[in-house]
Design a binder for this molecule. Structure first.
Ligand code: ZN
Length: 437
């Protein structure tokens, strides 16, 4: 298939600092970008992410965004109890940055999109005002994302009715009120737990990682009600998973002893799943919850009356540990952006990781669903790995590329995208008869 769509993401502060026209002209001329999207709801994450400082921002060296702010002008009539927060920074507030992006992109004949990124509620606000909607682990602690709970992150529960309403409203608001071709999301799902160490000589093994899912979410009252409504034995689930979480975290001498036996044993993922039926039932319960959410989002986009693609943006190496089963959830998407950035390892092995993730996505999609390969156009990638990544996209039946992210990109890396497209004959114009001599 041809790599027809070449997308690139922009942040509101990029548009303020550099100007939409300059950014899009650079992207189109160097990397043949023909699709631009705003990271419209962005979590707190220092930008640029990997490099210490921006390579080409004319105004500032780096930026630390507020948590989970919307950079469009939300339509209050779409929302219920929970509404998106907008920026309080003087240089950003009051401007409809999504409209700025759309105007610039449409003037160039580009596709347009908006991303709802990892988190959708400011964690401080959530901890102050929305304690009841937050994910809980089996011990009742609030579940965070990416880092320790002590860092005061907080994840809402996707089974909470107010959160469901809020999420669906975000998609409906953008699709109804803006001229976008796609709404993309890499929303963080159920807390996937983490294996917090011990003395693994070679990193945690597969069963140890699966065991650590028992330390994730969610065990809130919304999850309990939903599980009981599905006739699941919630009491058995909580009891079994608490035991597994104790094993994972080595809580108590009996658990520590059992964990030491398991670590010394020839134990595996299949044994863990077969012997813990309630744990397996809980994993399937989370999977059904996420698949249902995908269906609701798709309905919301369709309900806008406009033809707006639902694009899922992957963010985890093992999404099933967060409840996302590609095969069942992807029934409800129009396209997938595989957001692997292993090209930034700068090695052929990194490109091989990307190729494998693309193959996993492609296998779960139907012929009429598009797969878009992300490319990390930042300094840790090399022109060689980026051209190799274009080959990986060609190899795995992709329909496009998506550059992450312009703020950290160098011109040489953007040029490598254009050159890789030619080298690996990624588009129909490369498949033509030789000119007459
Ligand atoms: Zn829950």
């Amino acid at each position: 298939m041809a790599l027809n769509e070449i997308a690139a993401s922009l942040y509101a502060w990029d548009l303020h600092d550099e100007g939409i026209d300059h950014a899009l002209d650079v992207l189109a001329s160097r990397a043949e970008v023909n699709s631009a999207y705003l990271v419209g709801l962005m979590h707190k994450e220092k930008r640029p992410l990997h490099a210490r400082f921006y390579p080409h921002n004319p105004v500032r060296r780096y930026y630390t965004p507020e948590d989970s702010r919307a950079y469009w002008l939300p339509d209050p009539s779409k929302y219920g109890r929970i509404r998106p927060m907008t920026s309080e920074r003087d240089f950003l507030k009051g401007t409809d940055w999504l409209q700025v992006l759309i105007d610039g992109a449409r003037a160039r004949g580009m596709r347009t999109g908006c991303e709802i990124s990892h988190t959708v509620i400011d964690a401080v606000l959530a901890r102050e005002s929305y304690q009841d909607v937050l994910q809980r682990d089996v011990f009742g602690n609030v579940v965070g994302a990416f880092e320790a709970v002590e860092a005061q992150r907080a994840l809402p529960c996707l089974n909470n009715p107010d959160i469901r309403e809020y999420l669906v409203a975000l998609f409906a608001d953008i699709a109804t009120n803006y001229d976008v071709d796609y709404v993309q999301t890499c929303l963080v799902m159920f807390g996937a737990g983490r294996d917090d160490g011990g003395t693994h000589a070679f990193g945690p093994s597969a069963w140890q990682q699966l065991l650590s899912v028992a330390t994730g979410g969610c065990f809130c009252t919304s999850c309990e009600s939903k599980a009981r409504a599905e006739d699941l034995d919630w009491t058995a689930m909580v009891s079994e998973i608490r035991h597994l979480a104790n094993l994972s975290k080595r809580i108590g001498l009996d658990s520590l002893h059992e964990r030491q036996l398991l670590d010394d044993a020839n134990y595996g993922e299949s044994t863990l799943l077969i012997e813990n039926e309630a744990f397996m039932a809980w994993l399937h319960f989370r999977k059904r919850s996420i698949t249902e959410l995908f269906a609701r989002v798709k309905e919301a986009l369709s309900g806008s009356g406009r033809d707006v693609e639902f694009r899922y943006n992957t963010y985890m190496a093992s999404p099933e540990r967060a409840g996302l089963d590609f095969k069942s959830a992807f029934v409800h998407v129009d396209s997938v952006r595989e957001s692997d950035y292993s090209d930034q390892l700068g090695t052929p092995e990194g490109v091989a990781i990307k190729r494998a993730k693309l193959m996993k996505c492609r296998r779960a999609l139907n012929e009429d669903q598009k797969l878009i390969a992300a490319l990390g156009v930042r300094p840790n990638a090399t022109p060689e790995t980026l051209r190799g990544s274009v080959k990986a996209a060609v190899d795995s039946g992709c329909d496009g590329l998506s550059l992450g992210h312009y703020d950290g990109a160098t011109m040489e890396r953007l040029d490598a995208v254009r050159e890789g497209l030619r080298e690996w004959e990624g588009q129909e114009r490369d498949w033509q008869p030789r000119p007459a001599t």
